[in-house]
Design a binder for this molecule. Structure first.
Ligand code: SF4
Ligand code: FES
Length: 330
């Protein structure tokens, strides 16, 4: 098995593993950010360049460094490879440039964007962005579009990562949208204003790393950090039925698929679970969802509050039992 060293951490990985996958196996702050790669979507990656790293030594056989930064999501590991991510000032500087490009046309919408608090671009610009833009030209503007009953497209926020296109290709029956045109006129669009309507289309919202695709049933209802994410499941014939309910008290504000520590969905859910089951009685609630990815939600205290509520409930139960025992003894 090839052995790779990333920022001083060595690991042996199966043949064909990419640098990004190897870094994720090591974990922690050495994992490069990824805006377009998505492990459960075939052919994803290679579009955004946020995952660039420096290969300081190509392999044990050929120790020469690679001449320029490479996309870690597309570069397979070689035995003896030495990679630098956060230990390379050159990579950090180049990544700043990538983020500046991604933000050239991106509006400063965070205060009103539904994705705020769980937006990969927000996190990326927090870590690698600059305070000011050097861009002086007019930005691209687009009308907001309803693409189907459930999804609203804000093209100004799109970073053309192609994830939603891959979802439509690989998970839904028929793709009716894609990236039209090229260069600075490229845009996500449905052909001839067709609506995106199929059982798994809602997953496009979950994979969108920014707020370009928003859930029309949830838009502007709440900031995500005011909600309590709860793991829940139901018997579903179309999908696994395993979801996260974003709750405010007893009310379900939105339903999403479950995301892992890399903000990726492993089990996609159907539109019936996502949009039609908004009554808590239709679900078996398992308990608070632990959010361990970079997100403002992980700073929330809903898990503590729930364990606190549980502990208080248990104490009350015991107290009640004691009172009952005493009164029956009298
Ligand atoms: S709409 Fe979202 S998922 Fe689709 S290409 Fe744009 S940023 Fe990526
Ligand atoms: S995550 Fe590698 S190029 Fe986008």
């Amino acid at each position: 098995m090839p052995k790779v060293t990333i920022d001083g951490h060595s690991i042996e990985v199966p043949e064909g593993t990419t640098i990004l996958q190897a870094a994720r196996m090591i974990g922690g702050e050495i994992v490069p950010p990824a805006m377009c790669y998505y492990s459960s979507l075939k052919g994803s990656g290679g579009y955004c360049r946020t995952c660039i790293v420096r290969v300081a030594q190509g392999s044990a056989k050929d120790p020469r460094p690679m001449p320029k930064p490479v996309a870690s999501c597309r570069t397979p590991v070689m035995d003896g490879m030495v990679v630098e991510n956060i230990t390379s000032p050159e990579v950090l500087e180049a990544r700043k440039g990538v983020v500046e490009f991604l933000l050239i046309n991106h509006p400063l919408d965070c205060p009103v964007c539904d994705q705020a608090g769980e937006c990969d671009l927000q996190n990326l610009s927090f870590a690698h962005g600059t305070e000011k833009t050097r861009y002086e030209f007019p930005r691209r503007t687009f009308e907001k579009k309803d693409i189907g009953n459930y999804i609203k497209l804000h093209m100004t926020r799109c970073i053309l990562c192609y994830r939603c296109v891959k979802v439509a290709d690989q998970i839904t029956d028929e793709r009716v949208h894609g990236v039209m045109n090229r260069g600075d006129v490229a845009e996500i669009s449905t052909y001839i204003e067709k609506a995106v309507e199929n059982d798994f289309s809602g997953n496009m919202i979950d994979v969108c790393p920014v707020g370009a695709l928003t859930d029309r049933t949830y838009r502007f209802k709440s900031r995500v950090w005011f909600l309590n994410p709860m793991d829940a499941h139901r018997d579903c014939k179309k999908c696994s039925g395993k979801a996260v309910l974003w709750m405010h008290g007893e009310e379900i504000y939105r339903v999403t698929a479950r995301k892992d520590q890399n903000a990726e969905v492993k089990e996609f859910i159907c539109n019936e679970c996502r949009y039609d089951k908004k009554d808590v009685k239709q679900w078996v609630v398992e308990g608070p969802r632990h959010i361990d990815r970079t997100s403002v939600i992980s700073a929330n205290h809903y898990e503590d509050l729930n364990s606190l509520k549980h502990a208080i409930g248990e104490q009350q139960k015991k107290l009640q039992e004691k009172i009952t025992q005493k009164t029956s003894g009298i």
